[in-house]
Design a protein. Structure first.
Length: 215
C-alpha cells in the first residue's frame, strides 16, 4: 500500500507574534524544503523544535492527514496548503483510523514507524486565534501522530509512504484518541492499551493516569 505525500515541511525556531499575543519562540511555521534532505533518528536535519515535549527520537516526524484539511477549511480562515498544524509530513489517504502503533513505512531511503498520537498544544490555537481549537482536535480525534525513525536516509519531496509492515495486534491512533478523549472510563479498554507492547513510555504514562482515576 502506497500513500501520496503531498508536502514535507521543516521550520526553524523564531520569535513570532500571533494576533495580540505576546511574542513567543516557536517552530510551528514550517515550509516545504527543496530537493531532498537527510532524515536522522531525531528528524529532518534542518528542522527544529522549541519545546521539550516536541521532537526527539520518539517524535522525530510529525504527521497530519491531508484528508482532514477540508474539515478545518470551514473553521480556519485562509487555511494554508501545508503544515497547518506544524506537521512535517502531510499525506493523502491515510488517517488516524489506519495508522497503527508500530506500523512501519518506507519514506525515500528511510524507514519510519508510528510511535504515538500527537497531543495538540496551545500554540496551534494561538496561531489561528481560535481558543477552542485544541479541544476541537481532541474531540474529533483529528490529532495527527508521530513517527520514530528506524532507518536513516535521504528523503525527497516526491517520495511517497509505502507500508512495509502492520504491527500485531493492531492498535490505531484513532482508538487511542477515542479512549483518551471520550471513552476514558472504559477500564477494559485502558487495560488493553496498557498491555499492548507497542506503546511507548509517554503513552503508557497517559493511560496509567487514566487507570488510576478509575481506582
Amino acid at each position: 500500500m502506497e500513500y501520496k505525500v503531498d508536502y514535507i515541511s521543516i521550520g526553524k525556531v523564531t520569535n513570532i507574534t500571533f494576533g495580540d499575543q505576546k511574542s513567543k519562540k516557536t517552530a510551528i511555521l514550517k515550509e516545504p524544503f527543496k530537493d531532498n534532505m537527510y532524515l536522522s533518528k531525531t528528524g529532518f536535519v534542518e528542522d527544529e523544535q522549541q519545546y521539550k515535549g516536541h521532537g526527539g527520537p520518539e517524535k522525530a516526524i510529525c504527521f497530519y492527514s491531508k484528508d482532514h484539511y477540508p474539515y478545518w477549511n470551514d473553521i480556519i480562515d485562509l487555511l494554508p496548503k501545508y503544515a497547518i498544524f506544524g506537521e512535517n509530513i502531510t499525506v493523502s489517504g491515510l488517517t488516524e483510523e489506519h495508522l497503527n502503533i508500530g506500523d512501519s513505512y518506507q519514506l525515500g531511503e528511510a524507514v519510519i514507524q508510528v510511535s504515538c498520537p500527537r497531543q495538540p498544544c496551545a500554540t496551534i490555537a494561538q496561531r489561528y486565534g481560535i481558543k477552542d481549537l485544541v479541544k476541537r482536535m481532541a474531540s474529533t480525534f483529528k490529532t495527527g501522530c508521530y513517527f520514530r525513525v528506524l532507518k536513516e536516509g535521504y528523503v525527497a519531496q516526491n517520495d511517497n509512504m509505502k507500508l512495509l509492515n502492520t504491527y500485531k495486534p493492531q492498535l490505531s491512533i484513532y482508538e487511542l484518541n477515542e479512549t483518551r478523549f471520550k471513552d476514558h472510563k472504559n477500564a477494559e479498554r485502558i487495560e488493553y492499551i496498557l498491555n499492548h507492547d507497542g506503546i511507548n513510555e509517554e503513552t503508557k504514562d497517559i493511560f496509567t493516569k487514566l487507570q488510576k482515576r478509575l481506582s
